[in-house]
Design a protein. Structure first.
Length: 371
């Protein structure tokens, strides 16, 4: 499948690309979007085997109640085609909201870890996608997110118990045994809880969002033998977290009609916050990702609203790229799905190769390569 290069016109290019670094000009290449059977909820890379995995779900109401069909598929990174037989699981559910969509590849164990049935994590063989192991959180309730530090053999699980308390639990990644559990607080009126990990700094960040109050609460946690967390204070509603070394980045979930919105950085040593990466023509919303510790990507769509009719339209749907040492946008690429009216993207970046995957609440995802 031949990829196409999205290049800006000369005038536009001069506006968005900073002076060349080492004589090289960045470009973003894509051949998407790609279709799936259900809503795309997660993606992860297996760089060594030149592949990536996609998780999608669909819901159906039958005479027996609500059922969910979850599909996990492997894709060849070179030709962007599926490989092998996807894994499809069907089970009953009481809600059409799939709280945990994260999927992660663990190189040393050759497994794909994914949420299942709301209260368990499944370890799937990376080649056959057969079930190897499962961790049940049991009394800790519904899983919202998880993070992995393979070097320390740590699996961190973020869940909400039946008494509406937010739990951060630590498990041994290889053995699946629980090590510790910490209650962060009440989950009342929280609609999004997310986690990001920095294995190099041995720290995780957690964001809990309460949309009706228009704010999020940030936590920074260490996770050695025990878990210790501290409150970093309130902030705007947060869509996605990412680490650049010890620097925590987050993207606000503000509507893409605010050109002042930026990717915010948090210094975990001083708790100071700053506007780290901005796109003055559009603002930065919803998605932030770190690729190879060399690039930062964010969603830079723009929506306009007719305030008389209250009708909104997508004026621009794009992703912009920064280098950590340069606060100016290096290049940007148009989103081939043109926002689909949602403009609520999520980004998954590779840790060792210049690729990232973007998806919204739809049956499409797009693979991007940085050149």
């Amino acid at each position: 499948m031949q990829m196409r290069i999205h290049q800006l016109g000369l005038i536009s290019l001069l506006s968005f690309v900073s002076p060349l670094v080492c004589g090289q000009q960045l470009q973003i290449v894509t051949s998407g979007p790609h279709n799936t059977l259900g809503l795309v909820l997660g993606a992860t890379f297996n760089e060594k085997d030149n592949e990536f995995f996609i998780q999608d779900v669909s819901f159906q109401t039958t005479s027996g109640g609500q059922t969910v069909k979850r599909t996990i598929s492997a894709w060849n990174l070179s030709n962007e085609e599926t490989k092998g037989i996807p894994r499809i699981d069907e089970y009953s559910t009481t809600s059409s909201k799939y709280t945990c969509g994260r999927i992660e590849f663990v190189p040393g164990l050759h497994v794909v870890v994914a949420c299942s049935r709301g209260s368990s994590l499944e370890f799937l063989d990376s080649i056959s996608l057969a079930l190897r192991n499962k961790i049940e959180v049991g009394q800790l309730g519904t899983i919202f997110d998880f993070a992995i530090d393979e070097d320390l053999n740590v699996l961190l699980v973020l869940s909400v118990s039946s008494d509406e308390r937010i739990h951060l639990s630590s498990y041994s990644l290889k053995e699946g045994l629980q090590r510790s559990d910490l209650v962060l607080g009440s989950s009342y009126a929280v609609n999004n809880i997310s986690i990001a990990v920095s294995p190099s700094a041995k720290v995780v960040a957690i964001a809990t969002t309460r949309p009706e109050k228009g704010k999020s609460i940030l936590y920074s946690c260490t996770y050695g033998k025990e878990i210790g967390c501290r409150d970093l204070g309130n902030g705007p509603p947060i869509s996605q977290l990412a680490f650049l070394g010890r620097q925590l980045l987050f993207a606000p979930s503000s509507f893409p009609d605010d050109k002042r919105a930026c990717i915010i950085s948090v210094n975990l040593s001083t708790d100071a916050r700053a506007k780290a990466y901005c796109a003055p023509q559009t603002g930065v919303h919803y998605a932030v990702g770190v690729i190879e510790e060399r690039y930062i990507v964010g969603y830079t769509g723009l929506r306009t609203t007719n305030w008389l009719t209250e009708n909104a339209r997508v004026a621009e749907s794009s992703f912009s790229l920064w280098r950590p040492a340069n606060k100016q946008v290096q290049t940007k690429v148009s989103d081939p799905t043109k926002g689909k009216g949602f403009q609520a993207f999520h980004v998954v970046g590779s840790k060792s190769i210049p690729y990232f995957i973007a998806f919204s609440p739809s049956s499409e995802f797009t693979l991007y390569q940085i050149q």
